[in-house]
Design a protein around this ligand. Sequence first.
Ligand SMILES: *Cc1c(COP(=O)(O)O)cnc(C)c1O
Length: 406
Amino acid sequence: MSHGADLTQADNATLTRRWQGVMMDNFGTPRLPLVKGQGVRLWDVEGNEYLDFVGGIAVNALGHAHPAVVRAVAEQIASLGHVSNLFMAEPTVRLAERLLQLAGREGRVYFSNSGAEANEAAFKIGRLTGRTHMVSAVGGFHGRTMGALALTGQGAKQRPFRPLPGRVDHVPYGDAEALRAAVTPDTALVVLEPLQGENGVVVPPAGYLRAAREITAATGTLLVLDEIQTGIGRTGHWFAAQAENVEADVVTLAKGLGGGLPIGATLAFGRAAGLLTPGAHGSTFGGNPVVCAAALAVLDTIERAGVLAHVTSVGERLRRGLTAPGHPLVREVRGAGLLWGVVLDGALAARVQQAAQDRGLLVNAVLPDVVRLAPPLIVSDREVDTFVTGFRSALSAVGDEVLTAA
Ligand SMILES: *Cc1c(COP(=O)(O)O)cnc(C)c1O
């Protein structure tokens, strides 16, 4: 591993201090400075190795430094890196064609650079229906820009920024009757995650998405499915909603799509596909050919290597490893594919996260009582087994601490 001659980076504490000296504090100080990744492995500045079950928050679908992504990016940047939206490049068009083909429907695509931007585009598409009212779910997460934040059903994130744009009502997630009561002929769109990621991996009751489809169809309301976290194989399907055969009017994508490069995509179908007209919206970097080439490499690799079936089987192996036998600290393991929330018996997630890190395992304490697991989709059976052994040991260590303190 080459660290170059930058001796100021020699230990974790030094880089952490540099970070604190110049970075805004909106995230709080990150846990660990990382220098290198390979597959499902990561290394910190001091050379410690970790098994990565965070995956850049469900972003690194093919893990770190996947050769297909590296090659696609290197070849594209060496030939044509950026053209702006005044011109076009083939990888952009090919990626749009490919995404629509995976959705199995005719439609149109708008590319941006992040999940929030993909949802901002959906928000504007909604407003172009001429209606102003919108509905989303309590606990739902749709991003941090002002429009996406208005849709996000988390009061603590919204509060300092009110008033927020639009007229948005939040209904309890998974409750079809609450949704039915909130949606009227003035409702422009309903936006839902097929499974709430940032809210601790919350799985709705079976049939919820289908009910949302029926309710929105009855009032001419657009159904927007935010598949930013669940899409691109994360749940074992290209799109999580395909498990329920639900066809939304708008689907937003980001996280896993770019294989680590920043991309957002807003897919629209039917009448929603025609609402953005020239001048209505835009992005300088959106559709950048390098990022689109990376995304094409991700999609090709998932398809060629049979990654969707792999996600289903290795994900089930992970779930079984965490639940059979059950651990006294674990109340529930919920999710799908390779997106799991380990619900703990109390506000112990930060301690479990630290105990796991001490054992060379990176996980995410997404809520005080929930640990989220979102490893690269290419994680192997063996890596899952290694993880399960170490994670159970971390749980037991925290359990022992709690018992000792009690
Ligand atoms: C991460 C996420 C977003 C926001 O994506 P950014 O790229 O951080 O803007 C929106 N919706 C869902 C469901 C997400 O998981």
